[in-house]
Write a protein that binds this ligand. Structure first.
Ligand code: SAM
Length: 284
């Protein structure tokens, strides 16, 4: 849902609004421009701006990608008809709106009022509007969500942008019921595109300078420190094709197929993580 930029033969260095120097690629191709960001206020402004420009999907056919992510969610997190689901960093709400018929209640939160406004507009024409709500809230505190009130927390394409990941996981842990689960779809920090290919070719991969992708080991360690009992991960097909020339996206498509066959996770761009709060959690 990001704006990638086409540069035609630009070279040199551009000054950002805060005076920092950003390299410009000597490229004729589509590439990412990294926006400086230091805190959640910067994130809010960035995503409010995205909301103003419509948030179109950049990485492929929007409905096919949505269906694929919902299928992953269904098979790996198994939403139940009795579940209260919290979508963290819900954006325009399309995952929660897609899950509407399958769950008891859904709450979407996002730090960007612009995104929440778009989600509420979509909700008005949804047959599931009576059981879904969208609220502005910060994942680092989840102030509007009561302790132990959520069966399934999901976070899709958003965790990599969240600044204080430890605070986010602690808040998720607090709001989950015992035996509740957390499901996350995020880019894989070990992906060959992120390291080494993009750095070698001089392509930026962060939309915000504060973005931080995790490896599964880093993610599992943070989840363990937060108190989650059991975690499981699986790779999924994510090719950030909106951020690169078509020829590279085609190559990464081949890598993905090879990675799936040879079970080489570094050839696959997506990391899915599911974590369970213990049935007998002592705190929160
Ligand atoms: C790339 S969008 C993804 C939106 C949606 N999950 C989707 O897949 O379409 C990332 C979203 O995370 C939200 N976000 C980032 N940091 C957040 C935070 N600390 N608390 C709540 N939302 C946050 C942004 O405002 C943005 O809407």
């Amino acid at each position: 849902m990001f704006r990638s930029v086409h540069y035609f033969g630009m070279t040199g260095v551009e000054k950002t609004p805060r005076g920092r120097s950003e390299p410009l690629l000597p490229s004729k191709f589509r590439c990412v421009v990294t926006t400086p960001s230091y805190n959640t206020s910067d994130l809010r402004s960035f995503f409010d701006q995205c909301a103003l420009t419509g948030c179109s999907e950049q990485h492929g056919h929007p409905q096919r990608l949505l269906d694929y992510r919902l299928a992953l969610l269904r098979s790996l997190a198994r939403p139940r008809p009795t579940d209260v689901v919290l979508d963290i960093g819900c954006g325009t709400g399309h995952h929660l709106l897609g899950l509407g018929p399958e769950v008891a209640r859904g709450i979407g939160i996002d730090i960007s009022p612009g995104m929440i406004e778009l989600a509420r507009v979509r909700l008005r024409s949804s047959p599931w509007r009576a059981k879904l709500t969208f609220e502005v809230d910060d994942a680092e505190g989840l102030q509007k969500i009561a302790n132990r009130s959520i069966d399934l927390a999901i976070c899709i394409g958003a965790f990599e942008h969240m600044v204080d990941k430890r605070a986010v996981l602690s808040s998720i842990y607090r709001v989950l019921k015992c035996s509740g689960r957390f499901f996350c779809l995020t880019p894989n920090a070990d992906y060959v595109w992120y390291r080494p290919i993009a750095p070698l070719l001089g392509f930026a991969t962060k939309h915000l300078s504060s973005d931080r992708r995790l490896t599964y080991d880093e993610f599992a360690a943070l989840l363990g420190e937060t108190g989650f009992g059991r975690t499981r991960s699986a790779p999924w097909k994510f090719i950030p094709r909106g951020d690169m020339p078509v020829v590279l996206a085609s190559l990464l498509n081949v890598f993905d197929a090879m990675g799936r066959l040879a079970r080489l996770d570094s050839l696959r761009g997506g990391l899915s993580v599911c974590a369970w709060k213990q049935a007998t959690a002592l705190r929160n």
